[in-house]
Write a protein that binds this ligand. Structure first.
Ligand SMILES: *Cc1c(COP(=O)(O)O)cnc(C)c1O
Length: 362
């Protein structure tokens, strides 16, 4: 057999959240809800959908604008930065891959937290990096642990804030104290995919400006979460032009498709939709907290659109299967942890009812 690169031999293909149709078929259920992938429960902005339909009427025969010019201009205007401070990508996922392809050599070390976004592991492993995992403290990133793990081979540090899957957040003070200490020749990827859901006053404000003080920091943002565009694949990096240029050189020429670019531009303008999604999330979070308290289920303080719960009396795989039988798809982690995305009011009620029944029957 032809041998692939040794770095990829042990990598397993991505396992996506289970699709609704599979669960419907497997359990003969009509009504199944998916609270497994942190998708937007309110769909997509009506204004975005109109703009997309308008464009499609004219046909899809032309290649996209390979430089995402209009989107970059829109972002530059919104954040009061220059267009070369932005690099739109085919979802945040592509940005993560481009960063390691541009910067991480085999044997370089990357530092990441336990229980964080799995794509950090995947993309770094493909490049042959040595990964150093830092245990969490109370299901939060341990920044001192990360700092102490830095050595002369460290090339990159992944930070997800607020964090997926634990929902926990580091404060602005904690992040700035950390960045002040990190040597400038180490790249820090600051992933704030969930920033729009934060309700704590301690959040890092304007993380898109971090690169001005810390040129080694790249901020990652996505349209998949609050904007409800996960199906179109669009996200972007904000940072020093000199750094972004290295990812720009190696990306596919048409990495962001035309519809994704149009959708992103219109999504940025629909403040009403963004507020509706935020309000729904806060309301759902309060409802879930209240019911989890009544059930004595521990959970972390979530600053995201998902809640990370611990079920000491039932292992997460069993809970996952029992939930599916009741038409609810969640995401198990480790032995006793489960991540549930905050849904619509009806979805949250269905989740709590299912959880109650399962816990009452063990
Ligand atoms: C969802 C998510 C992203 C971005 O996802 P895309 O859909 O690829 O834009 C990035 N980081 C984290 C932690 C996420 O949860």
């Amino acid at each position: 057999m032809i041998k692939p690169r040794p770095e990829i031999v042990d990598i397993l293909p991505y396992v996506p959240g289970k699709p609704i149709e599979d669960v419907q078929r497997e359990y003969g259920l009509e009504h199944v809800i998916k609270l497994a992938s942190n998708e937007n429960p309110l769909g997509t902005s009506g204004k975005v959908k109109e703009a997309l339909i308008d464009y499609i009427k004219g046909g899809l025969n032309l290649y996209p604008d390979g430089n995402s010019t209009n989107l970059k201009e829109k972002l530059a205007q919104k954040y009061n930065l220059n267009t070369d401070n932005f690099l739109p990508t085919n979802g945040g996922d592509e940005a993560l891959s481009l960063i390691v392809q541009a910067y991480v050599n085999p044997t370089d070390e990357v530092i990441l937290s336990e229980l964080t976004f799995p794509r950090y592991t995947h993309t770094s492993t493909i490049m042959g990096a040595k990964l150093t995992y830092i245990p969490m403290k109370d299901l939060k990133y341990d920044l001192d642990g990360i700092y102490n793990a830095i050595n002369e081979n460290t090339k990159l540090i992944w930070l997800c804030n607020p964090n997926n899957p634990t929902g926990t957040m580091l404060s602005e003070k904690e992040i700035l104290d950390f960045l002040n200490k990190v040597p400038e020749d180490i790249l820090v990827v600051y992933d704030e995919a969930y920033i729009e859901f934060v309700d704590s006053p301690n959040a890092v404000k304007n993380a898109y400006l971090l690169f001005k003080e810390y040129p080694n920091v790249i901020t990652l943002k996505t349209f998949s979460k609050i904007h409800g565009l996960a199906g179109l694949r669009i996200g972007y990096l904000v940072g020093e032009p000199e750094i972004l240029n290295n990812m720009n050189k190696i990306r596919d020429p048409f990495n962001c498709n035309t519809l994704a670019q149009i959708a992103a531009i219109h999504a940025l303008d629909d403040d009403e939709f963004i507020k509706k999604v935020y309000d729904n999330n806060i309301k759902g979070k309060e409802y879930l907290y209240k019911n989890l308290n009544e059930l004595n289920i521990p959970y972390t303080d979530s600053q995201t659109n998902h809640i990370f719960i611990e079920t000491p009396t039932i292992d997460s795989k069993t809970l996952f299967e029992e939930m599916q039988k009741k038409g609810v798809i969640v995401r198990p982690f480790g032995e006793n942890y489960t991540r549930v995305s905050i849904g619509t009011e009806a979805e949250n009620i269905k989740f709590i009812e299912a959880l109650k029944e399962i816990l009452n029957n063990i």
